[in-house]
Design a protein around this ligand. Structure first.
Ligand SMILES: [Zn+2]
Length: 92
């Protein structure tokens, strides 16, 4: 694992903790920092991290807390309660 990937993993944990504590703006800072590191190193965010973040407002999504997750016609639909955006992706 590269240093960039390790930093991204650490930021993933921090973003999750911040969101769990209701510190959504702080979770955004961690998500944005992780995205910048991923871009600079062209390594991308791990899928699990990518799908736990809102593409519209960068908040870390915690189902039951600031997000609602549904499965509809084989797709996962995630709604961010913080900004109202909805994301869909194939169920896998
Ligand atoms: Zn959002």
């Amino acid at each position: 694992m590269s240093i960039a990937e390790e930093r991204i993993e650490r930021l993933h944990g921090l973003a999750r903790e911040a969101a769990t504590e209701g510190e959504f703006d702080r979770s955004r800072e961690y998500v944005r920092l992780a995205r910048r590191i991923a871009e600079r190193n062209r390594c991308g965010l791990p899928k699990s991290f990518q799908r736990s973040t809102c593409d519209a407002c960068d908040v870390y999504l915690r189902p039951g807390q600031n997000a609602r997750v549904r499965v509809h016609r084989g797709r996962v639909i995630v709604r961010c309660h913080d900004c109202g955006a909805t994301e869909r992706y194939p169920f896998d």
